[in-house]
Design a protein around this ligand. Structure first.
Ligand SMILES: Nc1ncnc2c1ncn2[C@@H]1O[C@H](COP(=O)(O)OP(=O)(O)OP(=O)(O)O)[C@@H](O)[C@H]1O
Ligand code: SF4
Ligand SMILES: [Mg+2]
Length: 329
């Protein structure tokens, strides 16, 4: 069995917020991540999907130790993440990087891109200026950028080139893990495939491990070995990507997959009505019940646990074994 690079053990993250109503709004607690566990083995990709606001980015930030969990634990190569800001944390951060959606927003418009790519080496006190420049050139080459791009400013590059710069900056410290948070969503469709292929190629060459966050299920299917589906701060289904897309077991996953006809096998479209409920006022029982066409009385009072199925995936649904919605059918 391969070893886990990253493990999340029942992580939670809550925020104190004020509900609508201005000064009359009441104070409330929002559970952005409400008890999430997963593991990613070395060299593998876990795709994290779900509607806007379900907690994907918060999970990504918790995984990298950019924000502390309210409870639970993150382990990286078997060790609990050190306290944020400590020397041990800074050292570990070299091994874990994040790539965000908006390459322009991740870069400083006033600086040439070369020094920005090399900057993490300065932060981590690695090499001489000449060595840093050489390493920047080598990393740029590995993501398909040329030497002459070093002196360019972000606005002088194409969207695809900018995302390559962001990747080079993430790669220069030779990380093991990269959290990709919607890495292609802001790119033109024509260059999305290039960046996806580059990510796959880098994984092959460098043995990288990815937590890949996206609401583009087609891309998630293309890049992920395993997938976790989130709904209102919880994982409702997780398993091997091919099996999950071929025969989604949770009604929410079914709805997501069936909305994209080219995914999975031909099956009746399951329309998902309404928006997700307010995360400060999560419905009792199964949080999905107000939108679920298969809800029964038990779903309104009892929250389903994430239970392992015989085929290895885990599903949080009281009716996961129910023939009426058996998805392999
Ligand atoms: N700093 C914060 N303070 C208060 N609430 C927050 C904060 N950060 C996130 N949230 C809330 O936590 C929930 C999860 O947010 P998160 O950014 O993780 O969602 P997401 O799944 O990444 O959504 P998207 O697909 O839109 O990027 C949302 O309801 C969001 O409003
Ligand atoms: S537990 Fe009930 S409401 Fe929730 S997904 Fe399953 S059938 Fe639907
Ligand atoms: Mg997000």
């Amino acid at each position: 069995m391969s070893s886990p690079l990253l493990e999340a053990i029942d992580i939670r993250r809550q925020y104190n917020v004020r509900t609508a109503g201005g000064v009359f709004g009441r104070k409330a607690v929002l559970q952005a991540v409400a008890g999430v566990s997963f593991r990613i083995d070395m060299g593998r990709t876990l795709g994290l999907v779900g509607e806007s606001g379900c907690g994907k980015s918060t999970t990504g930030k918790l995984a990298l130790g950019l924000i502390p969990p309210s409870s639970g634990e993150i382990r990286f190569v078997g060790s609990t993440l050190p306290a944020i800001g400590s020397a041990a944390w800074r050292d570990m951060r070299r091994r874990m990087q994040m790539v965000y959606q908006d390459p322009l927003g991740s870069l400083d418009r006033r600086l040439q891109v070369g020094p920005q790519i090399a900057e993490p080496l300065i932060i981590h006190d690695i090499g001489t200026p000449a060595e840093r420049r050489e390493r920047a050139y080598a990393t740029m080459a590995s993501v398909g950028l040329q030497k002459h791009h070093f002196e360019r400013y972000p606005h002088e590059l194409s969207g695809g080139q900018r995302q390559r710069v962001v990747l080079a900056r993430a790669l220069i410290t030779e990380p093991k893990l990269i959290v990709c948070d919607e890495p292609i969503s802001a790119l033109d469709v024509s260059i999305q495939a290039q960046v996806v292929n580059l990510l796959l190629d880098l994984q092959d060459r460098l043995g990288l491990t990815y937590l890949f966050i996206s609401h583009d299920l087609k891309v998630v299917r293309q890049v992920s070995h395993d997938v976790a589906v989130m709904y209102l701060g919880r994982i409702v289904e997780t398993g091997q990507a091919e099996a999950l897309f071929r025969a989604p077991a949770h009604p929410y996953t079914r709805a997501l997959v069936s909305a994209i006809p080219s995914l999975g096998e031909k099956r009746e479209r399951l329309i998902l009505s309404g928006d997700p409920p307010n995360p400060v006022d999560v419905p009792a029982g199964c949080a999905f019940h107000p939108r679920c066409p298969f809800a029964i009385a038990r779903c309104r009072s009892e929250a389903p646990a994430l239970r392992r199925q015989p085929d290895g995936r885990a599903v949080a649904c009281h009716r996961a074994d129910d023939d009426a919605i058996a998805l392999a059918a």
